[in-house]
Ligand binder design. Sequence first.
Ligand code: F0G
Length: 459
Amino acid sequence: MEPFRIKMVEPLAFRTADERRRILAEADYNIFRVPASDVTIDLLTDSGTTAMSSAQWGAIMQGDESYAGASSYGRFERTARELTGFPEIIPIHQGRAAERILFTTLLRPGQITVANTHFDSTRANVELLGCRAVDLPSPQAADIAVPAPFKGNIDLDRLRELLAGQDGERVAAVIMTVTDNGGGGQPVSLENLRCVREECRKYEVPMLLDASRFAENAYLITAREPGQENRTPRETARAMFDLADGCWASLKKDGMANTGGLLALRDEETAARCRELLIAWEGFPTYGGLAGRDLESLARGLREVIDPAYLAYRAETAAWFVDALAEAGLPMLRPAGCHAVYADAGALLPHIPPDEFPGVALVCELYRTAGVRTVEFGTLTLGHDGRPAPHELVRLALPRRVYTRSHLEYVVAAAREVAGRARELTGFTITGPQSPLRHFTARLDPLDPLDPEEGTDRS
Ligand code: F0G
């Protein structure tokens, strides 16, 4: 059960089926254009959507809003330093701002960053600097249904090959995204991190963590990795950080707050260069674009997130949700991580080709059926230059401490209804605008329903 009770509530929005059909059409079938006030259960993202604790709300009233040297920064710094072991702690307003500052400091045009999977903002920040972002996901990640424990691992053979080869000299950093959001929210093992450390030492390349979901990754190590079961999630998280030269994190996830980011480094000189950019782009180094009250909520959030009872509840909820959705008829990515579960829209809707966006069809149908908002992680979002994405996934993210088991049972019931008429669902076409970030802005139109008499021939 949820290891908390509820003190403050918000009503859910209920719309009729006709209203939802109209809202979807008015949003041009792009779920990002649907007003949140028309969504019943919002599983769009786990980012910034956390329900804060009474301790966090209480701490907010203690926020020191001084421009320089605020005591709230002192509390944030101590907590982050104790947790990560990194001496240099830089607060930033959110994760992608940390990426921009760190990469501007470390990268030169023409260089390469390597990762298990770069998150999309990470990739964008690398590419904007004229560099190349190379993903080397574990081969096990290619098989959606195989429940391997650490599908977030980097492919060590290909990493070694790259570092030893012609392009090796251009590799400026190895990035381990924990957990691997772009790769299905899957964890990275401590063993894999140790091997990456070894390679990075050999070639004198910095090893960095995108630690946005560090606590969830640490918990899954304690739950799944042989020999790690007797460590606490806090000790395991520390073991992860100890292997890296630095990290950044979007604290909108495991910071358990509604905004925030962190850059934490071992090297004083790199940190000093980052702080110069911080002052130009974000703010003075003791607030980094955040309010004192945000630093207070984060200092508490970073302690609450590492609680073993909370993390066990979180992982068990995701595992239960995957099983329940699969039983309801949705093919699911296995095993569950923590922050989200992913449905395989390509397998559910084999009659809709990638260029007609099966993921969008599933997202729209879940909204139309029950007001449930999810997000496409398929060809609309990840397909580039006319190439389809490797998988047509739909992410059902789990905001932290927001929805109870019965809310998720409502989603399962909706999924059962949608899966039952999967064959009736049709694809979509983009009517505009086309851009690398088209998934946020595109307008779409449904294609005509298939005529069962005519099979797949729509002409
Ligand atoms: N890294 C990872 C692994 C992320 O998942 C995100 C954001 C970021 C970096 C960027 O951080 O949003 O604070 O600027 N992920 C959100 C999501 C948007 O929905 O998965 P940010």
